[in-house]
Design a protein around this ligand. Structure first.
Ligand SMILES: [Cu+2]
Length: 164
């Protein structure tokens, strides 16, 4: 009788413990792996209906890391570099490759894809997890497949390289 009660207690405790462990893994700031790439995860932000967003660039992440918008939505990003390190914001398909000087700020305009996800990254620190994604509609963060040949060019070249 006593032993079974102890066993029950042990079982309960381990259940509680695993629950706490799972909950503790949820906050942002953890790295997640999508395909071959590591993403320093500093959260997901829903920007549907917004035209502007402040994005933080720091060592070595973008915050928020994942932006959720509607298919085709355009968004002006004010990217502020909080660090003393030079960073970069690149989306090759959208002709974006902009350096962000230490403690500096740049403004770029991005477009959400018609479906799925588009990756953005710092070309200097992508290998250290400085990656993020634009998520269209209900798309989940996912590994990005190699560029598809049928990608439609969005006419935002002129807006992409605005200098401050
Ligand atoms: Cu960087």
């Amino acid at each position: 009788m006593k032993i079974s009660r102890i066993l029950l207690l042990v079982a309960l405790l381990s259940l509680v413990h695993s629950f706490i462990a799972t909950a503790a893994e949820q906050p942002s700031g953890r790295s997640i792996k999508l395909g071959d790439l590591t993403f320093s995860n500093h959260g997901t932000k829903d920007v549907k209906g917004q035209s502007e967003l402040d994005l933080e660039a720091d060592n070595y992440y973008f915050g928020p890391t994942f932006l959720r918008g509607t298919p085709g939505q355009k968004l002006k990003l004010e990217i502020e570099n909080e660090s003393g390190t030079r960073h970069n914001f690149s989306i090759p398909d959208q002709h974006l490759d902009v350096n962000i000087p230490p403690k500096g700020k740049v403004v770029v305009e991005i477009a959400f894809p018609s479906s799925g996800v588009v990756r953005f990254f710092c070309k200097f620190h992508s290998a250290r997890g400085m990656n993020g994604e634009l998520l269209s509609g209900d798309a989940k963060p996912q590994a990005v497949s190699p560029p598809e040949p049928q990608i439609v060019r969005v006419g935002i070249q002129a807006l992409g390289r605005r200098k401050t």
